[in-house]
Design a protein around this ligand. Sequence first.
Ligand SMILES: [Zn+2]
Length: 462
Amino acid sequence: MDLRSQLLGALGAILLGALPCAARPHYDTAIVHARVLDVRTGRVRENASILIRDGRIADVVADGAAAGVSAGHTIDAAGRLVTPGLVDVHFHSGEIVGDSLTMRPDSIRAYRRRLSDVYLPFGVTTVRSCGDDERWIPMLQAWMKDARDAPDFYACGAAIVSPNERNFPGHVAVNGPDSARAKVRQYHDAGFRHLKVYWRLREAEFGPVMDEARRLGMNVVGHVDYKVLGIHRAMELGLRQFEHAYTLGVDAIDSTGYEYDNGQVFVDHYASYIHDNQVPGSFFISRMEMFNTLGPASPALARLGDDLRAHGAGVTPTLHVFAQRFGLTWFATPSRKPGYDDTEVLADSALARCRAGYRILAGTVKRLYDAGVPLTVGSDWADPGKACLSEMLLLHECGIAMPAVFTAATLNGAREMGIAADTGAIEKGLKANLVIFDADPLVDPTNLLGRRTVLKDGVLQR
Ligand SMILES: [Zn+2]
């Protein structure tokens, strides 16, 4: 070795020695020895490293290629499964705020803390609220600002209805096309990019809402239920995202005289439960009786599934809401209202009928999945982070394999919300919203409920 190369070598050694101290490491965090779930294919990439910089995934490489990189912080996944952060497409802020309507800045922060606490420990890093009291708009706007210690938050404002005799909190009435369009513009100006339409919205307002939303590039989700506007008509008017799989039962019951003719049990004993809340658990019983009436091979449900697929529409099943009332989940929420969900008082035979109806509902969800209708995960109930995990278990119990359940809970939600360029998968350029499971839920689904480590925007959460 000549002198020149010796000098160059010494210089190189000085530079190499100096760089890690003087300069910022190339990556903020490296997660090494990971098994990475690809939610596009359902396959697991073994022996991989996820490199994170500025809150985003800078690269996913083989462990060997990551051996020499400089990272401020290294997490050894030690062969554990890493999945994208979960997406809850259907939440209501009332689950956090209760009946409080006064939104001072300090309470906005305190409630956001609570929002984080109910979501992040369970791996949910993206949340959309689907209908909130308009007096909470300042809070919704504050929550929509980025924060590394809170879920990414998207809001719809209040659910849009036509004038009606009921005045639900979280609903806002529009009357006529001009009022409908004005409401959409008002929400767009307020920063909302999502809208929720509720089944009490008549066609006179529904069409203009859809039109105006399309013009402004807003994303519309709908709870389409009784005879006001069927699912088919809603699709003709442009709606592509349907909330609650049970509404398919309502639509199928409503849409065919055939089903009514063959549904004497429903007509004789259960139809009155729909509106009058006279019987304990009536809302929950009546919905399940619709499925008992339709049966597991209902032509009307099959037609509806075909129709959804033909229109490229998606469904958020929200199975947990029902299953938790029938003792079919890992946790349940106490009954909220007599005559609504107070199913505790049901006789064993009535509970058995509810469970039978639920199984038909679950079978309907499986057929939607088989038909290629994209499913998403929505909580729509209390303890929403826990409810998302419960929903995932219930989707699996429908007969959907765990990798596809993860796709529903991540990529599908992000796609449906129009934010797949930002989150929903473990890929270069996306946000480093990640969950590391101590025990693999692909091996045993109940491992979903086990210990997990969560990163939001690349930041390790408590
Ligand atoms: Zn809801």
